[in-house]
Ligand binder design. Sequence first.
Ligand code: MRU
Length: 354
Amino acid sequence: MIPPRLIFRKDRMMVLDQRLLPDRIEYIAVRDAAGTAKATRDMALRGAPLIGCAAAFGFALEMRRLKPGTSADIERLARRTAGLLKAARPTAVALFYAADRMLDLALAFAAAHPGKLSPAARGKFPALLDKEARLLTAEDEKACRDMGEHGAALLPRNCVIMTHCNAGALATMGIGTAVGVITAAHRKGKIKHAYSCETRPYLQGARLTIWELMREGVPSELITDNMAAHIIKTCGVNAIVVGADRIASNGDTANKIGTYALGVIARYHKIPFYVAAPTPTIDMTAKDGDAIVIEERSCDEVTYVKGARIAPKGVKVRHPAFDVTPASLITGIITEKGVISPVTRANVRKNLGK
Ligand code: MRU
């Protein structure tokens, strides 16, 4: 079992500190939106769907703490809170989806209760926000389960599979997206072996994914990112599955840096390359991958490993945390609604029911 990522209480949210994994299981108490944004920025909590669920609860906690007295207070505070949460990280659209959904609910409540709030309305508002945050979490859990089923059905028996970064239970409130596909297929006896790329520089694959696969009893090995092509060529890898932080309306997919390289290698070796992501990951306002903002993180994450410097002092560094895999390299996008394949703008729309 993977420990709970978020534990909700009335006045706080306990966040599993993923920076300490796999060595220590410790929780941070978060009481407001600023604390949620900080935990997200600092990577204590990470993974696209998880930061969305946490933002929803951070929003609810903040509004409970501020106790708005009028509909105008709700409007002002809700807009400020959503803005604060959305500023935490730029690439994962789940964060924006969750913050906007909470904001819309708060604005609708304000519109329905104009002026000074009655004691009854004051009592109802926090409960309404809590309910919405719990609903969002339940939707994520179910989406993971459904993606697991759709994805497992795509994989052959004796599948040798590779994944990148951590798109597991630790990145969601359910069984995970890409790793959820692997564990669901494993339960059906379909997985012969799984490879987890370590995912430089933040090592989500080495610290988190391989730990999850080991805990789930999936036969697996950790490799460094630069071993991927060799392992695919020599070890019979017959599928790759990764998660996503944002998918443009044409299917171009932003995911952890290194994903694009795996897409290119998969095409060269003629093996299927799947993306597993719930539909809130699809950003219909993004025409294509060029519209996706790629987060650049601190150079220290590249030049230090566990506090030890590994590059010369004063070195110039680049650290794009994500890259975009073009739709043309993706065999299928697995959502909770089914599989988008071939990956075209029209099929993306169809999956969303639009
Ligand atoms: O920077 P991170 O650790 O938040 O990045 C996570 C990833 O890139 C995951 O692959 C992605 O969020 C999909 S999570 C189900």
